[in-house]
Write a protein that binds this ligand. Structure first.
Ligand SMILES: Cc1cc2nc3c(=O)[nH]c(=O)nc-3n(C[C@H](O)[C@H](O)[C@H](O)COP(=O)(O)OP(=O)(O)OC[C@H]3O[C@@H](n4cnc5c(N)ncnc54)[C@H](O)[C@@H]3O)c2cc1C
Length: 459
């Protein structure tokens, strides 16, 4: 067993950081990546500027692999685009002599199980894992002593339906739909310039898409932008503005507010799409706004309704997930968007991320399930802790080494104002209010209790 590798699923930034951390702990990583190169998901949003600066985007163990290669660290205070993250960090990291031989590309993981027992069997759950992947059309199996799933969520976007299901016609209109953030100012510009586009969603991806379309509209005023959101107003999407400790993120909301005020974006609130159908070259969108039926005629639709984890490969593992968020039950109260504004997320490690299936972890973007607030720095802290736990160093695994900026001001509606006030009130002890449905005095208290301790001692 000790000779077997730890399989890491995904060569995104967190998967690579996991591999770097495992090496430092004397463990052998094997990274399986579905795409043709490292950072395959980041490559899809290469044109988008990140809101966190380089200082939050580079893992320490990765830095220790990069520095001897002559790598020059990017300026810490600058926020890179996804493309810059790829060129200046992910690709050089994947090419280091330590990691390069330990990554297999074109290897899509399809299933993980214990070697000879399906998940029904109680015995043998300390057997090695078998990780099954598809490469060049063939099914390949590899044994592993532990598995870290860092496969992200980028390739499983939510559909347009407000209930989480695709609407009638979503498949047949697929050619007019982009999920995520199209490069509307770059290669995709011809599809959007001078056209009418409906953007659905209210997270950062939707805002990025909207702002790119606004820039296009400045070049061609015939470009029409309709923005459909489920909420009754757009205040939450504006975020914390100048009060957000991540300046680029705050600026997104500020620029969005300006675009709304100038009339470049037509906002439709309490919006739910019910059906799509082709109408000549256009798409007819049958929807409801505030309960009333409405029909829009658009050329393109951008669906930015969030991402969800692909759980199918984990079917044979004993995985425990929160029924709503699809992250571990211990993590859910820390990141639930129903309870928190977007910055009030605490660092956490192996204990919070553990499953009934020993030595199996989900890390990185996928660890947050459907919650939209994941930060790369959080993922680096996760894999540092997981690597420590895998060698039994629970003291290091439980230690919090990450210091994230306090950004609990990402929203402005009444409920969230009161949250911010609660956060301010409790920040004197451990920072951030405890979720309402948890018997704890603050977030650190929640974490302490999750870690099996009595509490943080501040109440
Ligand atoms: C547009 C956008 C902007 C963001 N901006 C920021 C920011 O400013 N700051 C910040 O901290 N975070 C940001 N994030 C969030 C997050 O940090 C990034 O999504 C980051 O890329 C997550 O890293 P990851 O390694 O967990 O997952 P990913 O980068 O998604 O990597 C997952 C990898 O797994 C591979 N994979 C998927 N399925 C399989 C499979 N079955 N088998 C094998 N391989 C598989 C994929 O091809 C991919 O290479 C942003 C996210 C998006 C989408």
């Amino acid at each position: 067993m000790a000779q077997l590798p730890v399989v890491v699923i995904g060569a995104g930034p967190v998967g690579l950081a996991a591999a770097a951390r495992l090496l430092e702990r004397g463990l052998e990583p094997l990274v399986l990546e579905a795409g043709p190169a490292a950072g395959h998901a980041v490559a899809q949003w290469a044109h988008v500027r990140m809101f966190s600066p380089w200082s939050y985007n580079i893992d320490d163990a990765a830095r220790r692999l990069l520095e001897p290669t002559g790598w020059i660290a990017p300026k810490a205070s600058r926020a890179p685009t996804g493309g810059e993250l790829l060129d200046q960090y992910i690709r050089p990291l994947a090419a280091t002599p330590e990691l390069a031989p330990r990554i297999r590309y074109g290897a899509r993981v399809e299933g993980v199980a214990r070697a000879t027992r399906d998940k029904l069997r109680d015995d043998g759950r300390d057997e090695p894992f078998v990780v099954q992947y598809r490469a060049e059309g063939k099914r390949v199996s590899v044994s592993a002593r532990a598995v870290i799933d860092a496969s992200g969520t980028w390739f499983s976007p939510n559909p347009i339906g407000a209930n989480g299901l695709p609407v009638d016609g979503e498949d047949t209109c697929a050619r007019a739909i982009a999920y995520g953030i199209p490069d509307a100012r770059g290669v995709d510009a011809p599809l959007y310039r001078g056209k009418t586009t409906l953007v659905v969603g209210s997270g950062h991806s939707a805002i990025n898409a909207l702002l790119d379309l606004v820039a296009l509209r400045r070049e061609d005023p015939g470009t029409r932008i309709i923005w459909g959101i489920r909420r009754a107003d757009a205040r939450r999407a504006m975020g914390g503005g100048a009060a957000d400790a991540l300046a680029e993120r705050g600026a997104l909301g500020t620029r969005l507010g300006a675009a709304l005020a100038s009339g470049d974006i037509e906002l439709v609130t309490s919006f739910a799409v019910e059906r799509l159908s082709r109408a000549g070259d256009a798409v007819a969108v049958d929807a409801r706004t505030g309960g009333r039926p409405v029909r829009l005629s658009v050329d393109r639709i951008v669906v930015s309704t969030g991402l969800r984890p692909d759980l199918a490969p984990l079917r044979e593992l004993r995985v425990a997930l929160d029924p709503a968020l699809e992250c571990t039950p211990a993590l859910a109260p820390l990141i639930d968007p129903n309870l928190h504004s977007c910055g009030t997320v605490r660092p956490h490690g192996a204990r919070v991320l553990s499953h009934p299936e020993k030595d199996f972890y989900i890390a990185g973007m996928k660890s947050y399930g459907r919650a939209p607030t994941f930060l790369l720095a959080t993922g680096h802290e996760q894999v540092r802790s997981i690597a420590a736990a895998l060698v039994g160093d629970m003291e290091a695994a439980d230690r919090i080494e990450l210091n994230l900026p306090q950004t609990g001001v990402c929203s402005t509606d009444v409920r969230e104002k009161s949250e911010a006030a609660d956060a301010a009130a409790s920040s004197a002890c451990c920072g951030g209010p405890a979720p309402a449905n948890v018997d704890a005095c603050c977030v650190a208290d929640v974490e302490a209790k999750v870690a099996g301790k009595a509490g943080c001692g501040c109440s």
